[in-house]
Design a protein around this ligand. Structure first.
Ligand code: HSE
Length: 328
């Protein structure tokens, strides 16, 4: 299956490394970063592109752009992994619409287009007989959307809650365990490539709220918006507050929760006993799905990181490839 990739940040590079290192049956025919692009219908030499990006800071030909890849590329699936813009969702949304209009499937890790334009993109995809998959937008490596779509099919979901931001969880863990200040821990998270291009999204609870919107609209099709979520971040949290919680055998975690029957849609720091199942460490995310038949299911896994996000994108790509092979 031929794919074109937009974005060569932490996620795009991780994805290319995994595709290069594994026999997945995926041929990359287009790649774009913010400054340049490459097109080759026979398949791009991935290792050369990764080296070029590392050594000179851009991946390909500066006279080509992401728009050229989307509009002219020879691909079956557009993989859109550029940074999230939660205000407009652009330019990613425009690229996704163009690809769908050309009859191409879409896999994305970009939360902007899905949080802002979910129903429009879904209807457009249906109209053109293609699919848009977005597992990597929520919970990093955790296959939460696959679980909801397949494993929990037929269940009524009553509530969903948990830790949806790896960076803030990493910061809280490092502050509590090592006594780092908030600024030191954030710097570390940025250096490790966990944080968003704009890390205020992580620490102000916006990233977790965006993921809660995506989960809510996927589960309940209610068309909720970011402005419907009550949001408090961890940016005002002090080492003293954490120390006080720890003295009571508790800790603080940034919890996102959606309980439609109670009108709850919020992200806020919460004090939890250290033994609580949602108290996970570092970049782990933990998501509890409460259902009528299965009861509570809690999924735990790495919520941020290059390979981890690549894992979710590859899961989506291979799902599309297998469905193609079955003629669905
Ligand atoms: N910045 C995000 C996080 C990356 O820390 O969870 C994954 O969406």
């Amino acid at each position: 299956m031929k794919i074109a990739i937009l974005g060569m940040g932490s996620v795009g590079r991780g994805l290319l490394e995994m595709i290069d290192g594994k026999e997945l049956g995926l041929t990359v025919t287009g790649i774009a970063d913010s400054k340049s692009a490459l097109l080759d219908p026979d398949g791009i030499h991935i290792e050369e592109v990764l080296i070029a990006k590392r050594e000179r800071g851009y991946c390909g030909d500066k006279s080509l752009s992401a728009a050229d890849v989307v509009e002219q590329g020879d691909y079956d699936v557009l993989v859109e992994v550029t940074p999230t813009d939660a205000d407009s969702g652009e330019p990613a949304t425009g690229f996704i619409k163009t690809a769908i209009g050309r009859g191409k499937h879409v896999v994305t890790s970009n939360k902007g287009p899905i949080a802002l334009h979910f129903s429009t993109l879904q209807s457009l995809a249906r109209k053109h007989g293609v699919v848009i998959r977005y597992e990597a937008t929520v919970g990093g490596a955790i296959p939460v959307l696959h679980t909801l779509e397949h494993g929990l099919a037929g269940n009524r979901v009553l509530a969903v809650y948990g830790i949806l931001n790896g960076t803030s969880n990493f910061i809280l863990t490092r502050m509590a365990a090592e006594g780092l200040t908030y600024e030191q821990a954030l710097l570390e998270a940025r250096e490790m490539g966990y944080a968003e291009a704009d890390p205020t999204y992580d620490v102000k609870g916006i990233d977790a709220a965006i993921k809660l919107v995506i989960l809510s609209n996927t589960i309940w099709k209610r068309n909720v918006k970011l402005s419907d979520v009550t949001i408090t971040g961890i940016d005002m949290l002090t080492n003293d507050a954490l120390r006080l919680a720890e003295e009571q055998h508790c800790t603080i975690r940034l919890i996102a929760e959606a309980i439609p029957e109670k009108g709850i849609l919020r992200v806020a720091p919460r004090i939890l006993p250290r033994t609580h199942p949602l108290v996970v460490e570092n970049t782990l995310n933990a998501i509890t799905i409460d259902t009528d038949m299965a009861g509570e299911i809690t999924l735990i896994g790495k919520g941020a990181g290059s390979r981890e996000t690549a894992s979710a994108c590859i899961g989506d790509l291979l799902f599309i490839k297998d469905s193609h092979a079955r003629g669905n």
